[in-house]
Write a protein that binds this ligand. Structure first.
Ligand code: SAM
Length: 316
């Protein structure tokens, strides 16, 4: 199959694969993620911080970087169980918060919560067509699902490009977008233990393959400026360590809820995550983007590189 055909119409993770991971058991997720069901890295401060305080800090950071104001209309791509949505309507008085997800369990949970000024949709972001553009877009650890294992670097970039093109169209010209995503690091220890851990991870997280930060930079080129970028891999290591500790402390309950084999697989994956983020073969990037008003066409790039930037080589 040609590379183009392999990704033609590709929309990221299939609904079935997303539901195999996310529609497991709310109570199981509650054991380790806590009552807010926050399934992403927190933002820690030194000292005696709690997971709940660190999650609230992360959410506030992403919302404020996206320039959200009272009265804003905000889209959350991959809203999970709605912690960002709840914070947006309750603490930031937004006019409208729209969350989209591929998880039916998340949608059911949020429909029961009935948050004011909040719309939750079981929908792929690729298919989302808002009535009017948003003031801000937030996406917390959904991008890991936009490419599957086995896609070439080029095909991955094409898929991320679709994300940036859609978001560019859905965002007001003066809007902002924040994206938190796991990324592959630049060191990769090839040994049997790590390969078998990764194999297990692909069964727990089917059709999931994080980007490299450079792939994101390629994909957003000419559509968004990167205003700020943080690499917070130590924040993921600390979050995952907390999740492992909680899973270990409540092993029997976890096994009752989803079966021992699956509960142990989650625990092992989180343990691998602690190692990966500590050693740096996985990283965590937090991007703040501003949409560009005019796309830099290849012809203009050629002009900049070959004519305007031609200063000659200094003589030594
Ligand atoms: C790791 S969870 C993060 C959930 C939430 N943002 C949080 O921080 O707790 C990833 C979320 O992305 C959603 N997702 C993945 N691919 C998506 C897509 N193409 N369109 C919409 N949602 C998607 C999943 O359904 C899930 O809700």
């Amino acid at each position: 199959m040609s590379k183009t055909r392999a990704t033609a119409g590709y929309k990221g993770v299939s609904q079935a694969a997303a539901q195999r991971h996310y529609d497991v058991s709310d109570d199981f997720f509650r054991i380790w993620q806590g009552p807010d069901l926050n399934y992403a890295a927190a933002m820690w401060e030194d000292g005696d911080d709690t997971l709940e305080a660190a999650q609230a800090r992360k959410t506030a950071y992403l919302i404020e970087q996206a320039n959200v104001r009272p009265g804003s209309r905000v889209l959350d791509v991959g809203c999970g169980y709605g912690y960002e949505l709840r914070t947006l309507v309750e603490k930031y008085q937004v006019a409208e918060a729209v969350g989209i997800t591929l998880s039916e369990a998340g949608v059911d949970y949020l429909h029961k919560q009935d948050l004011p000024r909040c719309e939750v949709r079981l929908e792929n972001y690729v298919d989302h067509r808002p009535r009017t553009p948003y003031d801000a877009i937030i996406s917390v650890e959904a991008m890991e699902h936009f490419a599957r294992p086995g896609l070439s670097g080029r095909s991955k970039i094409r898929s991320y490009r679709t994300f940036f093109e859609r978001c560019h169209r859905m965002l007001r010209p003066d809007g902002r977008m924040t994206v938190q995503t796991i990324t592959w690091g630049h060191r990769f220890p090839l040994n049997i233990q790590i390969l078998s851990d990764l194999y297990l991870a692909t069964s727990i997280y089917p059709e999931c393959n994080p980007p490299f930060a450079t792939e994101i930079m390629h994909a957003c080129d000419g559509l968004f400026d990167v205003l700020e970028l943080r690499n917070d891999r130590d924040h993921y290591a600390r979050t995952a360590q907390m999740w492992v500790d909680r899973l270990r402390d409540d092993r029997e309950h976890a096994a009752e809820l989803i079966g021992r084999k699956k509960a142990m697989a989650f625990e092992r994956c989180m343990g691998t995550a602690v190692q990966a983020f500590t050693e740096g073969w996985l990283t965590l990037h937090r991007f703040t983007f501003r949409p560009l008003p005019v796309r830099l066409r290849p012809a203009r790039r050629f002009l900049v590189n070959n004519v305007l930037g031609r200063g000659g080589t200094p003589k030594t």
